[in-house]
Every structure is written in C-alpha cells, then in structure tokens.
Design a protein around this ligand. Structure first.
Ligand code: CU
Length: 120
C-alpha cells in the first residue's frame, strides 16, 4: 500500500510539473505575416511570457530585430543587436514589454513594421 501511495505522489508531481508552460505559438500578422502595417496586429490580443512569436516573411525583404523601448521609439536598433533574417524566425516573449522592429530603412518608421507586446 505504501508503494501505491508513492506512485500516486509521483503521478501528482509529474502532473504539476507538466502544467502548461504557455509556449503557444503566434504567427505575427496572421496570414499576411511580418509585413508593412503589422504594427496594430497585437491590439486586443493577450500574450504570456514564453509564448513564441513566429515571424514569416520573404527572406531578404525584411528582417526582425528585438529592441528596447528607446530603440523601438526611434526605429533604430543597437548596432550590436542580433538581426534575424531567415524569413521564418521564432522568438520567445519575455515577461513584460517586448519590442520588435524591421531594421531596413523606412520599414519601421514609415512602414509600421514595429510591434510592442506586453507579455503577462
Ligand atoms: Cu521590413
């Protein structure tokens, strides 16, 4: 009987540990993908930290750079920032504010290729 209780305890631990970690994926911009005017895509959506954003676009046409608020507001990434340019980039949301822009000239400030997401 003691062994049975041990198994139950183990099962409970496993179930608790496998609680959803909110690693759901969201395709940025939906069918349109990561493109001009994507700025408003996050509106009305709820995101959690560890959610994964999928940026789909034609490689060479756009890119994705994770930036901070200041860089986001100026559409100017830090030169040391990593530029994602595979055309199918997956980036994980951190708790709090997350900012992403396309760093190609004009795409952020004129084309609206900048999104700000608050992850709970
Ligand atoms: Cu672009």
């Amino acid at each position: 009987m003691a062994q049975q209780r041990l198994w139950v305890a183990l099962l409970v631990i496993l179930l608790l540990k496998s609680k959803p970690t909110e690693s759901n994926k969201y395709v940025v911009g939906g069918n349109e993908g990561w493109t001009y005017g994507v700025h408003s895509w996050p509106n009305g959506k709820v995101f959690h930290h560890n959610n994964v954003l999928v940026f789909n676009y034609q490689a060479g046409i756009h890119n994705v750079v994770r930036v901070n608020r200041h860089e986001y507001e100026n559409c100017q990434p830090n030169p040391n920032s990593k530029t994602h340019d595979s055309g199918h980039d997956q980036l994980r949301l951190k708790r709090g504010m997350n900012y992403f822009i396309c760093s190609l000239p004009g795409h952020c400030n004129l084309g609206g290729m900048n999104i700000a997401i608050n992850a709970h």
